[in-house]
Design a protein around this ligand. Structure first.
Ligand SMILES: [Zn+2]
Length: 89
């Protein structure tokens, strides 16, 4: 019954495409970003700077450019929603 595809122009698909475009245009691979989300991860990551290594469906994978502690781990790579970062330009 569903005929949604890449050419579908229904409201739902257009909204999804707009969200994806917005997310993908705000953060790109190679960007240097700072974690600015004030939620539960801020204690560990707020203000930390990283380089984007992948962006997919509103999430980005980053490689930290400085030492980051998360509980008793020291992650070098993390995945977060792009909304949690501000691009430094
Ligand atoms: Zn559709």
């Amino acid at each position: 019954m569903s005929t949604h595809d890449v050419y579908c122009l229904c409201d739902e698909c257009m909204a999804a495409k707009a969200d994806k475009d917005k997310a993908n245009s705000s953060v790109k691979v190679g960007d240097v970003v700072m974690f600015v989300d004030e939620g539960r991860y801020s204690k560990w990551f707020w203000g930390k700077v990283a380089k984007v290594v992948a962006v997919n469906a509103g999430f980005c994978q980053v490689r930290w450019l400085q030492k980051v502690q998360y509980h008793d781990l020291y992650p070098t790579v993390s995945n977060f929603n792009v909304d949690r970062f501000e691009v430094l330009r």
